[in-house]
Design a protein around this ligand. Structure first.
Ligand code: MRU
Length: 376
């Protein structure tokens, strides 16, 4: 997508030195656009853990590039030495964040691709090719999510010709959370580019404010009309007919259609259900967990540090970035990163293959090759 008129993706290899992975430092947005270099597995792991990069798709793609760096730096003396290093890197990357399933999926896909290669001196080329392929598929899947989700927005537009379609989204399931286009935002960008009058209600998404900081920024860069709202406003808007459609992303969706997404998503789904507002989840197939059936019991929910709730940073009138404390110094804090929205509250899933009910049969009909996996 565009930044200041220039096309960017969220991650790429440095053109002059393809042993370096480059990312956008998402901690600095919307105030500064800074590109960082990653040269070691430790740097990649830190970038994911510290949320320099974040969002399910991008976490997975970054881990895929991390495995490429692991292969670059692993000893090529013996197979044993090589695999010890590469498997340790995979374990290190997988341990960085627990909820988004894309992370383990991407690491495992790299490991499987490498296992098919015999000569050690061909490993680097295979790891690089696999990382590039995972990144390209991520972008293509999001583009297709946009095409399928557009049909939902077009159907709404037909019911209120000429009027603005109001879409509520939570957190950032935008292009910054993937390689390009985003999941929840892809249908919105597609509709906007078609000339449909869309307006987005952007939940601020405490405590890290991915909505207020990132979704608002990327929609603004693309010229999509939007309004940032405090996290508790959505229910009120829905009661007053000011939301036509909710579209959120997902960090992990079970084969039965239970959706883990950023904390607060469940409350929006409840409000949508109570007010008859369609509630869609947009996700690529890399965000399905084919082994899990009970989202509430099985999906690991990340708990992060207290400081994310206690402190907030922002830009002062002089342009400086400063950190302020919001809570009494001694108050204990809990910081649950995600919640699970049960399938019964989800109107449908927007995937790269089409829109489908949040229901095991429907999901497996769309992904028949996963039937064996899901029934294990
Ligand atoms: O903690 P984050 O920022 O990595 O959380 C992920 C998210 O941005 C959201 O949960 C998003 O809706 C799903 S990721 C496409």
């Amino acid at each position: 997508m565009k930044v200041g008129g220039t096309h960017y993706q969220t991650i790429w290899l440095q053109p002059d030195d393809p042993t370096i992975v480059q990312i956008i430092d998402q901690r600095r947005l919307p105030h500064e656009f800074v590109v960082l270099d990653l040269r070691t597995v430790a740097e990649v792991a830190h970038a994911i853990q510290a949320m320099i990069v974040r969002g399910a798709g991008l976490i997975g793609v970054t881990a895929a590039y991390g495995m490429y760096i692991a292969v670059l730096t692993a000893p090529k003396t013996t197979r044993r030495a090589f695999w010890d290093d590469v498997e340790a890197a995979g374990a290190q990357l997988k341990a960085t964040r627990p909820t988004a399933v894309n992370l383990a999926w991407a690491v495992d896909r790299q490991l499987e691709a490498l296992q098919q290669v015999e000569p050690l001196d061909e490993m680097v080329a295979r790891a690089r090719e696999t990382a590039l392929r995972i990144a390209a598929e991520d972008a293509e899947n999001c583009r297709n999510i946009g095409t399928h989700g557009l049909q939902l927005i077009e159907a709404l537009a037909e019911r209120k010709p000429g009027e603005t379609i109001n879409i509520l989204t939570h957190c950032n399931a935008g292009w910054l959370a993937f390689v390009d286009y985003g999941s929840a935002t892809a249908p919105i960008y597609a509709a906007h580019d078609r000339g449909l009058p869309v307006h987005v209600w952007v939940d601020e998404t405490r405590p890290r404010n991915q909505g207020a900081r990132l979704t608002a920024w990327e929609l603004g860069q693309h010229g999509v009309p939007h309004t940032v709202i405090a996290d508790n406003v959505g229910g009120h808007l829905m009661q007053h007919g000011l939301v036509d459609l909710c579209i959120v992303g997902s960090d992990r969706t079970t084969v039965t259609g239970d959706v883990a997404n950023k904390i607060g998503t469940y409350l929006k789904a409840l409000a949508a259900h109570d007010n008859g507002v369609p509630f869609y989840v947009a996700l690529p197939s890399s965000s399905f967990d084919w082994d899990m059936r009970d989202g509430l019991r099985e999906i690991p929910i990340e708990q992060r540090g207290a400081d994310e709730v206690k402190y907030m940073d922002g830009q002062t009138a002089s342009g400086a970035i400063e950190v302020v404390r919001l809570t009494p110094e001694s108050s204990p804090v809990a910081n649950f990163g995600f919640d699970v929205t049960p399938a019964r509250l989800v109107t449908g899933l927007i995937t790269e293959r089409g829109v489908v009910a949040a229901d095991e049969d429907a999901i497996l009909n769309l992904y028949p090759e996963k039937r064996r996996l899901a029934s294990r």
